[in-house]
Design a binder for this molecule. Structure first.
Ligand code: ZN
Ligand code: ZN
Length: 320
């Protein structure tokens, strides 16, 4: 495929991620497994947008908005895109699954079905040659961001997410995965403008809230999530002898609300808890427990006794 037809295809797929050129099979790989500049453009745009901070400046309100939106959206990614849509670690209503899919979708990490199908693939092929983002196979940079631009990794493999592909509203979000981020950015701009007009004491305005709430917050959130694919397979300790190189890493767990306990997670991915002990900070788990108390979610899956037993014997063996 030449450069121009590739760029045209990317443009077309920004609106409809399921679009395939005439004659191609739906969901089929549309290119080689290598870095693709036209697919990198949205991420370049996100990073370049952060530089606008030199123009819009800052205010306490804008910074607090960026931090708050980081936390809320990191929770939506870890609790829902990951523990719910990818691993079915708890149950919830159709309404709540949609609400959290929309919140997570503002993160520019594509739609819920693409995210879950890609992640299910990761667990089946972790650190093997077929893993889409293994630092063991292709180094840090590829596992962190390179893989995300590869045309081979672009289509959603609906066969892997038949359970959630039964909901048309999720399929719609997944196909038009730029729609929610655009609306989110516009809403932030409008909110900033309204505050400037009606609450000038806050010292913020439309462009400033847009830059902090959309660009800066989203870029930090993106790298926080991507570190789990890259660093959490490189740096940290290993409690379980899994077939991959997954690690437990306290700092990554803090940054990602609990996802840093990645070796625990690769050993037993079906539970909603990733910090297996009280001292393994897992904020997503704490919030999920509160949501279960409130009746918003149910059937929260914890760590089974045989996994704790395995952890105990492996720790004893490591000490011996
Ligand atoms: Zn992993
Ligand atoms: Zn997982």
């Amino acid at each position: 495929m030449n450069y121009f037809s590739n760029a045209f295809l990317s443009l077309r797929q920004w609106w409809d991620a399921d679009y395939v050129p005439p004659g191609a099979e739906p969901g089929a790989d549309t290119g080689e497994d290598c870095f693709d500049f036209s697919r990198f453009v949205p991420y370049l745009f996100l990073h370049a947008g952060c530089l606008l901070v030199l123009w819009v400046g800052w205010s306490w309100f804008a910074v607090a908005t960026a931090v708050g939106l980081y936390q809320v959206r990191m929770f939506a990614i870890t609790a829902f895109y990951h523990r719910y849509f990818s691993h079915r670690a708890f149950h919830t209503s159709r309404g709540w699954q949609f609400v959290f899919a929309v919140i997570a979708n503002t993160s520019m990490q594509r739609g819920p079905l693409w995210w879950a199908s890609t992640h299910r693939h990761h667990h089946h092929h972790s650190d093997q040659e077929t893993d889409k983002h293994s630092p063991v196979q292709r180094g840090f940079l590829w596992s962190h961001i390179g893989w995300l631009t590869s045309r081979k990794n672009f289509p959603t493999d609906y066969r892997k997410v038949k359970d959630f592909a039964a909901y048309p509203e999720l399929v719609y979000l997944n196909r038009h995965d730029f729609l929610v981020p655009i609306l989110f950015g516009a809403a932030l701009w409008l909110f900033g403008w309204a505050l400037q007009t009606w609450a000038p004491a806050l010292g913020t305005n439309g462009p400033q809230l847009f830059v902090w709430g959309f660009f800066i917050s989203t870029v930090v959130l993106l790298h926080g999530t991507l570190f789990i694919n890259s660093l959490a397979h490189m740096a940290g300790s290993r409690r379980f002898h899994t077939t991959d190189d997954s690690r437990n890493n306290f700092w990554l767990a803090l940054l990602t609300l609990g996802e840093g306990w990645h070796n625990n997670h690769h050993r037993f991915s079906h539970c909603a808890r990733q910090g297996f002990y009280w001292y393994e900070v897992d904020c997503t788990w704490y919030i999920l427990k509160i949501m279960a108390r409130l009746g918003l979610i149910w059937d929260l899956r914890g760590v089974p006794a045989h996994i704790y037993e395995e952890a105990r014997t492996q720790t004893l063996n490591q000490k011996a």
